[in-house]
Design a protein around this ligand. Structure first.
Ligand code: ATP
Ligand code: MG
Length: 414
């Protein structure tokens, strides 16, 4: 199960006289008999020395130099052993209010092990004699299915609050139990996530979306009060509107099914499912305030996405896709003339339609609408023609859109 490229890198480092180990998630996953998604290597060779050994190597990272050895699509990350922070380093600018801000001192394997997060993530596979090196009791924990923070959990969560999310992700995806002393501070420290950059939180959410067990992990995020830190607009809606909770759970269930079947999932779709009810609530509120529905949608899509990106940096192209998927929910209700045919060609039609089906299953959208679109989507040209007629016959008086009259009530302008 070990990638050939990873083996090549290990052997080349080893025969050049350096020690080289597989480390972290890949060793953990191999021992759990799961296929690792990537392979990380730790070595005592310095970055410049690694570069000299591999033509296909580039050094990255300003804060801490890492070597990427590139084999087509596969990148093997090779890191020089780092040392953990000693007391008093705060004076030298490594720490800020208990959080690590610099992490760049080289060390030996005995140092490297202690800066890792969980014991099961701190196992090293030695290519030289095929042994596993375990300083923290990770092997025993792995056998007992136990996730345990190395060192003092409160201090280690403070050092890097992303570890809160990592703990829950590993519980969800690997089905590990969390040890009581690691679990105890978990939910009380959720506020620390406010100190993590939105770009890093986005990276964590992407992993959560893409590694299966999303429904499981989502429930744990809620249980440990971490979900609201990631999706502050969605969390309250899930608690107060059962149809919103149903929609999110159905979307996550579908995602897990797709991932298990080896299919890809689009993060935009899941973001759309998470944000749909906050958007819909905004639209309804804006309409009550007198705004035409198009304008209400425009405002809602902008505002809800802007609020969301204050917590997580969502890349621009994904924001546009999320907005399109949500706006399609409105466009699906406008079935006059040739509009339905044009919608079929919309690049997000399929994602929008999938969301419509989930909304129906969650009891929010009408079955009539999604049945109509199902028949239309799968229909022949003749069947589509007939379906379009059913809509115009049901609404015979629909005329061309009139220009909206300018309202005289200034209070309704906003
Ligand atoms: P995944 O399956 O999600 O990739 P992973 O454990 O491999 O899990 P990575 O982010 O790839 O996670 O990190 C590789 C290793 O680096 C980890 O196993 C752990 O030893 C160490 N590590 C990563 N992030 C942290 C962190 N925030 N704090 C301490 N150690 C970390
Ligand atoms: Mg990894």
């Amino acid at each position: 199960m070990i990638s050939h490229n990873a083996l090549k890198v290990l052997y080349r480092l080893n025969s050049a006289g350096y020690s080289a180990y597989l480390v972290g998630g890949c060793v953990r996953d191999l021992l759990l008999n799961k296929q690792p998604k990537d392979f990380d290597i730790a070595t005592n060779a310095l970055p410049e020395e690694i570069r000299k050994l591999f033509r296909n190597c580039r050094l990255i990272g300003k804060r801490f130099r890492l070597a990427h050895v590139v084999f087509g699509k596969e990148i093997i990350e090779v890191a020089t052993f780092r040392t953990h922070h000693q007391e008093g380093q705060e004076k030298h600018g490594h720490m800020h209010e208990g959080m690590i801000i610099r992490d760049n001192v080289y060390g030996a394997i005995e140092d490297d092990v202690w800066r890792r997060d969980f014991t099961v993530n701190a196992l090293y596979y030695n290519i030289d004699d095929f042994s596993i090196i375990d300083y923290t009791g990770g092997m025993q924990d792995l056998k007992a299915n136990m996730l345990r923070m190395i060192g003092d959990p409160v201090q280690r969560f403070h050092e890097d609050p992303v570890r809160l999310l990592r703990a829950v992700r590993f519980m969800g995806k690997l089905g590990l139990q969390i040890s009581p002393e690691t679990e105890k501070p978990l939910q009380d420290l959720s506020d620390l996530l406010a100190n993590v950059s939105p770009a890093r939180l986005y990276q964590e959410v992407l992993k959560f979306f893409q590694e299966g067990a999303t429904l499981n992990t989502f429930k744990l995020f809620q249980q440990y009060r971490l979900f609201a830190q990631l999706f502050p607009q969605t969390a309250p809606v899930l608690a107060s509107q059962p149809e919103a909770a149903k929609l999110v759970e159905a979307a996550l269930y579908n995602t897990d099914q797709r991932l298990q079947a080896g299919k890809t999932v689009s993060p935009a779709f899941l973001f759309a499912a998470f944000l749909w009810h906050p958007i819909l609530n905004y639209v309804k509120h804006a309409q009550e305030g007198g705004l035409p529905i198009h304008v209400a949608y425009e405002k809602a899509l902008k505002a809800v996405l802007r609020n969301q990106t204050a917590s997580l940096t969502i890349p621009r192209h994904l924001i546009v896709t999320i907005q399109e998927i949500c706006f399609l929910q409105h466009r699906f209700t406008c079935r006059y003339g040739s509009a339905p045919l044009r919608l079929l060609d919309h690049p997000r039609f399929r994602a929008g339609y999938d969301l419509l089906l989930l909304r129906t299953a969650a009891g929010e959208a009408t079955g009539e609408l999604s049945d109509w679109w199902t028949q239309f989507y799968h229909g022949t040209p003749e069947q589509r023609e007939a379906l379009m007629k059913t809509v115009s016959q049901a609404n015979p008086k629909k005329k061309r859109r009139r220009r909206p009259r300018i309202k005289k009530h200034p209070a309704k302008q906003d």
